[in-house]
Design a binder for this molecule. Sequence first.
Ligand code: SF4
Length: 501
Amino acid sequence: MCGVVGLIGSREASREAFLGLTTLQHRGQDAAGILSYDVDGFHRVKSLGLVESVFTRDNMRTLTGNMAIGHTRYSTIGRGELHDVQPFLLSYPFGLGMVHNGNIVNCAELAHELRTQNRRHLLTQSDTEVVLNLFAESLAQSKESDFFEQICQAVGRIFEKVTGSYSIATLVADHGLVAFRDPLGLRPLVWGRKKGGELASGEAHGVASESVALSFLGYEAFRDVQPGEVVFVDLQGGVHSRVISPASQSATAPRDSSDARHCMFEWIYFASPESIIDGVPVYGARIQLGKNLAKRVRERIEKGEIEADMIVPVPESSRIAAIALSEELGIPYREVLIKNRYIKRTFILDSQDKRESAVSLKLSPVRSEIEGKKILLVDDSIVRGTTSRKIIELVRAAGAAKVTFVSTCPPITHPCFYGIDFPNPNELLASGRTEAEVCQALGADAVVYQDLPGLRRSLDGPQNKNPCTACMDGKYPTDVSCAKKFAESRAEDREQLSGGT
Ligand code: SF4
C-alpha cells in the first residue's frame, strides 16, 4: 500500500505534493519522493524515511514547476532500498515520471518479457518500473497522431498485460498529467480541480489516493477515478477521460458498478477516517462495522459466553467501531491503551522481529483502570496475530480479569497479492484454524469476529456493490496463478530485511 498525489497547474505544485503526502503518510512510512517539471526539465527528491524527514526547505526549493507527482511508500515488493523509491523517471519517449499504488502480481513475467523482447534493462526490483516501461514502450510504438489516443492505447495495453492492483499518476513532459486506475478499481484514486490555477482554464487539477489529500489542499468537485478509467489533463487545462475496457482499447460506456472490486481493507484499516472512498465514507463504514458487531457480541453475552465491564479500542483504526459498539451495547468505552505516537504502525513494519518489539514500545496500559476488569478489546483485524497476542498479554499483565478480543474484520484466511503485505498463507493466524484455536493461540478468553455479510453491509454503496474480500473467502478477482512465485520472492525479500541470508 502506498500514497500517491499528482498535480498540474498549481502555483506551488511541489509544496502541495508535500502537504498532500503528509495527509497520506498513514499509507506508507518507508520512503517518500516528489518529481516536478518545468521548462528546465524534471526535478526530483526522494529518500528513505517519513515525508517530513525526506523533504527540507533547501531540497524543496529545487522542485520547481507547476506540475508534480509524489509518493509515500509501504514496501510490498523489493527490499526497501533507495533505488526502489518512487517517483520513477524515463527519458524516452517524451520524458515520463510515474508513481504507483498497488501491486503487480505478474511482475516477474513482465520484467522478463521487457528484457528479452523489448531489450529494456530494468534497474530495480520495483513493479512501478515495469509498468512505466510497458507504458513507454506502447507510447514509443504508437502510430496515433492524437496524444490522448496514444495514452488510451498505452493504458489499454497495460490493462491487457498487467495483473494486479494499480492506481497510477504520470507526468508527461510538455504534455500534462495522466492518471489511471486498474479495471477492477482495487486501490483508490480521486481527482479534483480548483480555481486560481496556472492552466489556461484558470484551474489546477489534482489526483490523490484519498480524498483527504485533495480536500486538505482546497481541491473541489472531486470524484473517484472510475475502475479502468484514464484521465489526462493537458497543459491548457483541457480534460480528457475515458473508461477503457481491458478487452478492447476503444472507448466504452462506464461499466456496471458490480464489476468494481474495491479492497475492503481500505475501510477496515488503511484509509484515513476523513476520506470518502468510492462513495463510501470511511468513518461511516467503521460506525456500521461496530454496530453490526454489537449484534454478534450481544448474542454471546446473552448466552453467557462473554462478560464485559468496558470496551477498549486498540488505537488507532478500531476507535470508531469501538465507540459504535459501546453505544449499541451500553457498555462504557475507555481508551486505556495509550499510544506512543513516535513508533511506526506495527502492521506496516516489514519483519517479524521488528513487529514483535514494536508492540510493547508502542502501547502503554492504564493499570488503574484495567485492574480487575473484564475487557472487550476491539481491533480492526487479526492478520498474523503477533500484535493481538502481545496486546492481550499487556492487558492481562495490567490486571485484567478477562479479555475478549473483537475483530471488526472477518477471519483473514487467504493471502493478499494486491498490495497488503501478507502474501504467505502460513503467516495468517486464522488460516486452517477454528475460532476456538485462534482464541487459544491469542491467549484470549473469547474471540468475536465480524461476519462477511456484516462487512459487506457496512461498506455498501452504489459504487461498491461487490468489494474484494479474497483474503477472507479465497475468491480472487484476477488470475493469481503466478502468485506463488510472487509470495516466494516476497518471503526472500523479507528474510533479507530481517537479517537472514
Ligand atoms: S485480498 Fe483482501 S487485502 Fe487484498 S485487495 Fe482483496 S480485500 Fe484487500
